[in-house]
Write a protein that binds this ligand. Structure first.
Ligand code: HEM
Length: 446
């Protein structure tokens, strides 16, 4: 990866508007007692326990807490209504401050690399473009297509587990939780064996592109990797057009609706989003799940007795420790949500982690219960038109990954030294040291 020696003024403005300014404003708001600001500051700690009191306080404000910069909701019904509202858009413009700021933003974005949060990413596209584009992509990422990947995912999980030495402590994130989803995604994207290492490096470096409040250094590293990945992807797509392979990206290249294909930028953007999702979300599902299950022997015992509960256990992990903490929307027109008027241009934050612990929906919400009947009512995959396109894939990988791990190593123990990631919106473990067979280890040391 090459960092350009002279950062462009545009990049500096992009960073200021997208990261430095929100960070400064929210920190200041926190000092003035604003709960949205307090929430931002609490996300500096990767520990969900630090955020919990803020979520509880936000809940006392009903459907929405009106912060200085955004209306924040931790209420399950309101978050769902927000994410499904036709006039709540996922693209963030300067709102009614328009005029000069809008022009500066447009100018600064004109040489931004293609990324998960820049157009034409599905995440920031709205109807009618979103409808056409999503239809094409979801045809390829269908539940049936995902089920066809289950056997291969199982093989990858088994190979990875075979390569671990049960007698030695291992970092479960680097040896398993990250390798499983990225290997699956490399196959979905049809990455040739020789390019795997390189693409995985781009992915790891570009991953924080989904986060907020990056430092200048991180921001530049992320942008440089996004450019490298995009360049590689352009060539890779040309190769797939000439010689399509048996992978989902090749199908996406030829997918069409009424004779219309995805544009080249849409294809590159979707592939980038899929890669980022593998690095930043599914890896967290596996790490968070391994940690929760390791800490709850009664729940492991329930799963050993009733393995049919595994899919539900994955949803319970997603509910209690969601890989994506929150998402935002901007009102594109004056609107009403749960009877509350919201003016055009207002920013709204849906706290997915808060909605997942709404006591009106989940009994004893802080309890980890793999048999919880409505575990699937979480909003960890969002809701409405931007509902996660990879949800079926992530659930399948979570199920195969966690089940294979605990069936092979039922007594797995987390050791001291677990470290959560420093990203704010994406939540998971950076390192998770474990002993796979604690008893075997003890007897061999006798
Ligand atoms: C546990 C793993 C995952 C979680 C928690 C997750 C979460 C999310 C969330 C919360 C959104 C919507 C954000 C919003 O509404 O603003 C989203 C969208 C999306 N996700 Fe995932 N995701 C996961 C895995 C994946 C995977 C494996 C893929 C790869 C296929 C994927 C592809 C996408 C795409 C393409 C979108 C954009 C959909 C749209 O805007 O129409 N995700 N994901």
């Amino acid at each position: 990866m090459q960092l350009s020696p002279v950062p462009t003024t545009r990049a500096a403005v992009r960073w200021s508007l997208g990261h430095a300014l929100p960070r400064t404003m929210l920190r200041r708001a926190a000092r003035q007692g604003d709960l949205h600001g307090a929430m931002f500051v609490a996300t500096q700690s990767a520990d969900l326990a630090v955020l919990e009191p803020v979520l509880d306080e936000l809940r006392t404000h009903g459907a929405f807490y009106r912060g200085k910069f955004a209306a924040v909701s931790v209420d399950n019904a309101t978050v769902r209504a927000l994410l499904s509202h036709p006039d709540a858009g996922s693209a963030f413009g300067p709102g009614d401050a328009a005029g000069r700021i809008a022009r500066v933003q447009e100018w600064a974005m004109s040489d931004a690399p293609l990324g998960p949060l820049t157009p034409p990413s599905l995440l920031v596209t709205e109807p009618p473009d979103h409808t056409r584009y999503r239809k094409l992509v979801s045809r390829v990422f269908s539940v049936r297509a995902v089920e066809r990947l289950r056997g291969r995912t199982q093989e990858i999980a088994d190979e990875l587990l075979d390569s671990l030495d049960p007698a030695e402590p291992v970092d479960l994130v680097s040896t398993y939780c990250s390798l499983l989803p990225v290997t699956v995604i490399a196959e979905i994207l049809g990455v040739p064996e020789a390019d795997r290492e390189k693409v995985l490096r781009f992915g790891a470096a570009a991953a924080p592109s989904l986060d907020l409040g990056l430092s200048w250094r991180e921001f530049r590293r992320v942008e440089a990797s996004l450019r490298d990945f995009d360049e590689w992807l352009g060539q890779h797509l040309d190769n797939l057009r000439r010689e399509p392979g048996d992978n989902l990206l090749s199908q996406l290249v030829s997918a069409q609706e009424d004779g219309v294909h995805l544009t080249d930028a849409e294809l590159r953007s979707t592939a980038g989003l899929v890669l980022a999702a593998g690095f930043e979300t599914t890896v967290n599902l596996l790490g968070n799940g391994a940690s929760l299950l390791a800490a709850h022997p009664d729940q492991r015992a329930a799963l050993a007795e009733r393995p049919e509960l595994w899919p539900n256990a994955v949803d319970e992990v997603l509910r209690l420790d969601p890989p994506v903490l929150l998402t935002g929307r901007m009102a594109t027109a004056d609107l009403e949500l749960q009877g509350i008027p919201i003016p055009r241009g207002a920013v709204m934050v849906g706290m997915l982690a808060g909605a997942n612990r709404d006591p009106a929906v989940f009994t004893d919400p802080a309890r980890f219960d793999v048999a919880r009947e409505n575990a699937r009512d979480h909003v960890s995959f969002s809701a409405g038109r931007h509902y996660c396109l990879g949800a079926a894939l992530a659930r399948m990988e979570g199920e195969v990954g966690l089940r294979s791990l605990f069936e092979r190593f039922p007594d797995l123990r987390v050791e001291r030294g677990a470290v959560r990631r420093s990203t704010r919106i994406l939540r998971g473990y950076e390192h998770l040291p474990v002993t796979l067979r604690p008893d075997a280890g003890r007897s061999s040391h006798r």
